[in-house]
Design a protein around this ligand. Structure first.
Ligand SMILES: [Cu+2]
Length: 106
């Protein structure tokens, strides 16, 4: 009885956190990420939309968050799920002046 109640409570917690997950949209336009700073929580997602005529990229050099999605062509969208708390920097390797700071709370 007690075990069953615990399982039910855990199931509810999972559903609640999924329902609360947020999606942030970052536009790559004019060789900038907009917005250039995001405060999110684990489980949230960032949707990168390339609105430029040039290829862009999502590259994260920060240890523990490292990522490189390769070339993202004009019109393409990529989604990043935030699974690890911390602060990391996103850069475009093609245009190193494109910077985005992401803060992920636990
Ligand atoms: Cu770029």
């Amino acid at each position: 009885m007690h075990a069953a109640m615990t399982a039910a409570a855990a199931g509810f917690a999972l559903c609640a956190s999924a329902a609360l997950a947020e999606e942030f949209t970052v536009t790559m336009s004019g060789e900038t990420y907009a917005p250039d700073r995001i405060r999110a929580a684990t489980g949230d997602t960032i949707r990168f939309v390339n609105d430029d005529a040039a290829n862009h990229n999502v590259f994260v050099p920060t240890a523990g968050h490292a990522l490189d999605i390769g070339a993202q062509e004009p019109g393409e969208e990529r989604t990043l799920v935030l699974r690890t708390p911390g602060i990391f920097q996103v850069e475009c390797v093609i245009h190193p002046h494109m910077l985005l700071t992401v803060e992920v709370s636990g």
